[in-house]
Structures are given as C-alpha cells and as structure tokens.
Ligand binder design. Structure first.
Ligand SMILES: O=P(O)(O)OC[C@H]1O[C@](O)(CO)[C@@H](O)[C@@H]1O
Length: 241
C-alpha cells in the first residue's frame, strides 16, 4: 500500500482531486467507484472547482456508488443518490445516465443487489474506487464480520454507524437500519483503490489497518491483499500509527 501523508482535510481533498483529475484526463473511458459521507465531500468540491476552472470533462466517465440506504428514494435529501447529485454530478458535465447508485426504494432489494452487481460486471468493473473508512473499520457499509467473499448485498447497520451518520438526519430514529452495499469482494475487484482518511476519529481504524492482522473483524484490513491501494491520510488520522 502506498501511503501519502498530508497536513489536514483540505490537503487530503486537494491531493485526492488531483489524483482523480489526472486519471480522468488521461483515460479515454473510465469507471469510477464513488463514496459518500463527510470524507469525500471536500474532494468533490475540488473536482467541481477544477471543472469550472480547467474544464476537465466527465463525458467519458461512468460511476458506481458504494452504497445506499434501504427505504430512501433517490429524491430523499438523505439518500446517497441525492448526495451525489447535489455534491458532484449536478455541477460537472457527466451524463447522469452513466451514474449508478443502488436503488434503496427498490421493491425487491435482493434482486436490486444482484442486478447492481451484474451491471457492474457488464460495464467492465471499476477502474478506480474511492473509499472512506468508518471508525469501526467499515468500507462501503461492510461492517465488522462481513465476509471477504461478499458481493453487493443487504446489510444491517451497526448502532455505531447509525450514530455516526445521525448527524445528517434530524434524529437517530430516522437513520435507516439497513443499506445496500457493494460487498468486500466487489470492492476488491476494482483495479485500483484510493482510500481517504482524515481526523482523529479515524486514527484507530487506520492504525489497525496499517499494523493489524487481516481479519473479517476489521473489513478495511482486506485492502492489504489488494495490489494497488493508495492511502491519503492526514496527520490527525495518522496519530496512532
Ligand atoms: O466519511 P465518513 O462520513 O466519516 O464515513 C465513513 C464511511 O462510511 C460511509 O458513510 C458508509 O458508506 C462511507 O460512505 C464512508 O466512506
């Protein structure tokens, strides 16, 4: 794993955006895996700024998001589809029809999971997956204990993840209890992975990834088995290294 150490969240976001822009500009066609949550927001802001200033085009880009809350439709302000539209897609020239997020309001969730995985395969898989990490080591919504063989599947969120994400909802009760998430094996199939880690809340998870054993109890630890991972982490996240 290649580790890039940066000062703070702003520098992490700038570096990540630079990394992504470089890939997008130099690929005739590219599929990006996208993440939501607080971690990539700064990166998306930088991508928008770059698009305005340097006119980087996303016409040839396809995206697949990691996850979506079960029960929320794409126009719900807390859905990850809404997040992606508002925080990135509405501000760049990507074709919306080339952006995929699991449908949290699908009538048949199991079928939605299978269809999402199949579509991803049909489109040739992910070239570069952007990832954040949960303070319990989750990637996507794969909570501790998730099988390394898992594909896109229905997950039950842990209380700690629901609490961490409650900041976006009016109350904890409103946070969905389930989500659709790419599985660990889906994520591991990406040709390249870019993991962003910022802040002291993530320092334990990062230290466990860097120094701990590879175990399903720490989903992120699987990344050590991937041949092409770059981590951009700030000093606070690296404090416990
Ligand atoms: O970036 P945050 O908000 O700390 O969340 C960490 C991770 O947990 C998730 O919210 C769950 O999918 C990811 O989107 C994110 O990468």
């Amino acid at each position: 794993m290649n580790l890039i150490e940066v000062k703070d969240y702003e520098e992490m976001s700038a570096k990540a955006a630079e990394y992504l822009v470089n890939k997008v500009r130099n690929s005739p066609k590219i599929t990006l895996g996208m993440a939501t949550g607080g971690t990539p927001e700064g990166t998306y802001r930088q991508l928008i700024e770059d698009h305005r200033e340097n006119h980087t085009s996303y016409q040839h880009v396809t995206t697949f998001n990691l996850d979506e809350y079960v029960g929320l439709s794409g126009d719900h302000p807390n859905s990850y589809r809404y997040f992606m539209n508002k925080k990135l897609f509405d501000h760049i020239d990507i074709q919306k029809s080339n952006t995929y997020v699991p449908r949290g309001d699908a009538r048949d969730i199991q079928k939605e999971c299978l269809d999402y995985e199949k579509l991803l395969e049909e489109k040739g898989g992910i070239d570069l997956q952007l990832l954040g990490i949960g303070s319990n080591g989750h990637i996507g919504f794969n909570e501790p204990g998730a099988s390394f063989d898992s594909k896109t599947h229905l997950v039950t969120l842990t209380p700690s993840t629901r609490e961490a994400n409650a900041r976006y909802f009016s109350s904890l009760e409103e946070v969905p209890t389930q989500a659709i998430s790419m599985g660990i094996s889906t994520i591991m199939k990406a040709k390249e992975i870019l993991l962003l880690v910022s802040g002291e809340k993530k320092s334990k998870a990062l230290a466990q990834l860097l120094n701990g054993e590879i175990t399903e109890n720490n989903p992120a630890s699987v990344l050590k088995n991937h041949p092409n991972v770059t981590i951009i982490a700030d000093y606070k996240a690296l404090a416990a290294k």
